[in-house]
Ligand binder design. Structure first.
Ligand SMILES: Cc1cc2nc3c(=O)[nH]c(=O)nc-3n(C[C@H](O)[C@H](O)[C@H](O)COP(=O)(O)OP(=O)(O)OC[C@H]3O[C@@H](n4cnc5c(N)ncnc54)[C@H](O)[C@@H]3O)c2cc1C
Length: 452
């Protein structure tokens, strides 16, 4: 089989030392480590088609991998699998100012695309916190969100057309390169967020928007999570639309301050609000925001005075996961999404069950979207702690379902959450999702361990 890759001129890694890192992603570490048979690094769509054909012939499974930073073990190889890594398909092929589009290969880094389009006065809003490393292919496959989703939506709102390699090695264009399109079913949205289970994304046409003229970051400290959460609703009902309304609990604030001192103050809760837009609009909205925050009980409000201070706050906020990882040997981030009105019961329940089970948790999230991330600091070599954590995890997803929420807001299902899918989804939705998988990939060659 290795010979077939060589004959087709496809670059591969096959030494054990080289392929070992590809047995892992940011998902929880498990005792069983499965190595891929090899890692293929295609340079073109044609290479990807050839890889799929070789794999079909040899009965091999295919695991797509961008930066491997997904939290749900979506990139972990299974028995008899190869990994496709897109580091050599990382070109921005076009930035079109008239059409407001970018055409990119899947290995392009999200942050790099943002920087490149910024030079044209344009903006690609999807904003996973790890945008310095995460790839467009991974972001599309997960429909990654991030802190700006409240105003701008998630990756799915910026995908216009995809080129995808299907299970038989053929390609499909999901749509045309037009911003308005109702030609038949919306295949673009079907592949977006499908976690690489239906096909391999080899090219994407993305929507861009004009870059906002200015932005302003505010940190508002509260004496309770309830007050902070009701401030979120007050901001929204005052008809301001901030780009970001993130909520961080005391443990998150203290942990960031401990490992990445940034001048943050220890309070029960903090709201991080970013306004953006035209200068006058931001000034006017800022006056309204300030009033709402005071009326909602904010005890202390600190606003960035310039872009450097904006960036300093964001740098600290983006370090939340890395800082939590320093509390204990391991960190697991979970991701649930509830209607905004249920944020307080959700956070209270997480806090209660972690206290009862002696689990360390830092709770944060995109409160504007009802999307909460508890970051659990754990020692996975401690079997008792693992048992207590698993109990908390089961209860977390059960609680999200009971609160009319979803078991993922932006990290996907992967292999980690598939056991909760049936409970969470409408019965018929689950049946039809499985049928869609079978239709596109009847031999289950793409990311076979995910979702179902
Ligand atoms: C510190 C940290 C912060 C994060 N912050 C956020 C956040 O704020 N918001 C958020 O939504 N997520 C966040 N994430 C989760 C995740 O990293 C992002 O969603 C990211 O965009 C995934 O990109 P990636 O290149 O690492 O994808 P990968 O992890 O490599 O892949 C993700 C999934 O997509 C599939 N895939 C990858 N490329 C392709 C392709 N070309 N075709 C088909 N399938 C493909 C993979 O098989 C896998 O199932 C964070 C992760 C970390 C570690």
């Amino acid at each position: 089989m290795l010979e077939e890759f060589k004959q087709a001129n496809i670059e591969v890694l096959s030494n054990k030392a080289d392929i070992y890192p590809y047995a892992f992603d940011t998902g929880p570490i498990s005792n069983e480590v499965t190595l891929p048979l090899l890692v293929a690094m295609p340079k073109s769509t044609k290479d990807v088609q050839t890889i799929v054909k070789i794999c079909n012939k040899n009965n091999l499974k295919i695991i797509s991998r961008g930066a491997g930073t997904c939290h749900t073990s979506g990139c972990k190889p299974c028995k008899n699998s190869i990994v496709i890594h897109f580091s050599k398909m990382n070109n921005i092929l076009e930035i079109n100012k008239e059409n407001l589009t970018a055409i990119v290969e899947p290995g392009v880094i999200v942050g790099q695309l943002q920087r490149e389009v910024d030079r044209f006065g344009l903006f690609f809003p999807p904003d996973p916190s790890n945008l310095k490393v995460s790839t467009i292919g991974g972001a599309i496959a997960l429909s990654s969100g991030g802190a700006r989703a409240f105003k701008y939506g998630t990756t799915k709102d910026y995908v216009i057309n995809l080129e995808v390699v299907l299970a038989d090695g053929s390609t499909i264009q999901t749509a045309k390169n037009v911003s308005k399109n109702v030609e038949g079913y919306n295949l673009t949205q079907l592949f977006t967020g499908s976690e690489g289970t239906l096909g391999i994304i080899t090219k994407a046409v993305l929507k861009l928007i004009p870059k906002p003229e200015t932005k302003l970051v505010t940190m508002a400290y509260f004496n309770s999570v309830e007050e902070a959460a009701s401030a979120v609703n007050n901001i929204i009902s005052s008809l301001i639309t901030p780009a970001t309304i993130d909520l961080l609990d005391r443990n998150t604030i203290d942990t960031i301050e401990k490992f990445n001192p940034s001048g943050w103050i220890s309070y029960e809760a903090m709201l991080l609000v970013e306004l953006d837009g035209g200068k006058i609009e931001v000034e006017e909205n800022n006056k309204k925001l300030y009033e709402v925050l005071i009326k909602s009980g904010a005890d202390k409000i600190i606003q960035a005075k310039n872009e450097t201070e904006n960036e300093k706050i964001w740098k600290a906020r983006r370090s939340a996961f890395a800082c939590t990882a320093k509390l204990k040997p391991n960190v697991i981030t979970e991701d649930v999404s509830v209607p905004r009105e249920n944020i307080v019961p959700l956070i209270k329940k997480i806090d209660k069950m972690c206290k009862e089970n002696n689990i360390t948790v830092c709770i944060m999230g995109h409160a504007g979207d009802g999307n909460i991330h508890p970051n659990f600091a754990l020692d996975l070599s401690d079997n008792d702690e693992v048992m207590r954590f698993n109990k908390v995890k089961d209860e977390l997803f059960q609680t999200a379902i009971e609160l009319n929420g979803a078991i993922s807001g932006e990290h996907g299902i992967g292999s980690e959450k598939k056991k909760y899918m049936k409970d969470s989804l409408d019965k018929n939705a689950y049946v039809y999702m499985k049928k869609i998988k079978e239709l596109f990939d009847k031999n289950n060659i793409f990311n076979p361990n995910l979702m179902f």
